[in-house]
Design a binder for this molecule. Structure first.
Ligand code: 6PG
Length: 242
């Protein structure tokens, strides 16, 4: 499939370039719409970008923190203090170090009666913020799992086929099993979508995606290929992943 690729020597270089571009998009979003709404990725790869972002002062950050709204593309269904929590990773790398107003931070809840309840609650939060049309994030950050999952959309997951719900609870063959994820109803809207991919363990799946025929993306086993957001899509790769 066609991939708009940006290749960097290592994760550090990748993260620095991503931050500069994030700042540009943030400035533009604030200028045009008064705020910058970003959906964050989990896993390990984006932590470097988040901590670099935390080190830039408010002016250089592209948008004052009170104009930045942080959402999550997916979350592991664990306590926010759990070591596996995507929220916790972001809190440690970014939130605890910057003056972002608490009301601008929109984590996926993980303390409801059930994961389905939490998914419904997050969708209600999104609707309250964005209105009733599926939102187009100014920027959505995504990762890539070795089997082609992205956000918490895994191969074979019913969430890939979802056409109504914005957020779903899913069970995946990964640790932890129980997760919440934005569905393609939202993820296919993004104004800017980046896949952040680093490390040799991603080489095989990156190759498989490059080999994926453009015409058969709709039936690909890999959610990362099936997702086709409306706006710009870019792949930030380090050399090890190629
Ligand atoms: C998660 C994710 C997931 C992640 C990929 C890559 O919560 O697991 O958001 O989609 O982005 O698994 O993870 P790494 O960056 O740790 O390789």
């Amino acid at each position: 499939m066609k991939m708009d690729q940006r290749v960097f020597d290592d994760l550090d270089a990748l993260s620095r370039a991503a931050l500069a571009e994030l700042q540009r998009i943030a400035r533009e979003a604030v200028r045009e719409r008064g705020r910058f709404a970003i959906a964050l990725a989990g896993g390990r790869t984006p932590a470097k970008l988040y901590s670099l972002w935390a080190q830039t002062d408010a002016k250089a950050a592209g948008a004052a923190w009170d104009r930045v709204h942080l959402f999550w593309g997916d979350e592991r269904y664990v306590d926010h203090d759990d070591l596996l929590s995507n929220y916790r990773m972001t809190r440690e790398a970014l939130l605890s170090r910057v003056a972002i107003p608490a009301e601008n931070v929109h984590p996926m809840p993980t303390d409801c009666a059930s994961p389905d309840n939490c998914a419904a609650q997050y969708e209600a939060d999104l609707r309250k913020f964005f209105g009733d049309k599926p939102p187009a994030f100014d920027l959505q950050l995504l990762g890539l799992g070795p089997e082609g999952h992205t956000a918490s959309l895994f191969p074979g997951s019913a969430a890939m086929e979802e056409q109504v719900r914005w957020v779903m609870a899913v069970e995946a063959a990964a640790t932890p099993h129980q997760r919440l994820t934005l569905t393609p109803v939202v993820l296919n809207q993004g104004r800017n979508t980046w896949f952040l991919v680093a490390g040799a363990d991603k080489r095989q799946i990156v190759q498989a995606l490059r080999d994926q025929d453009e015409g058969t993306r709709g039936t690909s086993p890999y959610p990362a290929a099936r997702l086709q957001p409306a706006g710009n899509v870019a792949w930030f790769l380090d050399r090890a992943a190629l």
